[in-house]
Design a protein around this ligand. Structure first.
Ligand code: ZN
Length: 127
């Protein structure tokens, strides 16, 4: 692994840890809101329900994000981060900078895209 890659991964790990803290705080906040006593005024009932549904949806999104963060952190710990899952070679640093959650190197990504194109049904030639 090159120094640039190691530095990039360390940086990525720090960003993930910060995001994990932020997402956790946001989740706690939303869960508190959801548990708060709801004093629904007749006129405000719809808004209140709408708000709660919005919060519930947001909680689901944040929980999903938290799982992604944990998965990424685990793979960094194990040393799997930045390794192509198809060929086992390191993923190009330029690629990781653009797409930190990439799991395929550029070659494999191209190959996978090429194969999926080839597997698409061929158009019939009409004579
Ligand atoms: Zn690869």
């Amino acid at each position: 692994m090159t120094t640039a890659t190691a530095r990039f991964i360390e940086n990525e790990r720090k960003k993930l840890l910060q995001e994990q803290i932020a997402v956790n705080a946001e989740l706690e906040n939303l869960r508190d809101l959801m548990q708060a006593e709801v004093d629904v005024e007749p006129d405000e009932g719809d808004t209140e329900i709408f708000e709660r549904e919005k919060n519930a949806a947001l909680i689901a999104v944040l929980e999903r994000r938290l799982l992604d963060i944990e998965t990424a952190l685990k793979s960094i710990e194990k040393g799997d981060y930045g390794i192509c899952t198809r060929c086992g070679n390191p993923i190009e640093i330029e690629r990781l900078e653009v797409k930190p959650d990439a799991t395929l190197c550029l070659n494999c990504q191209r190959e996978v895209e090429r194969l999926s194109r080839r597997n698409r049904p061929q158009r019939q030639i009409e004579w």
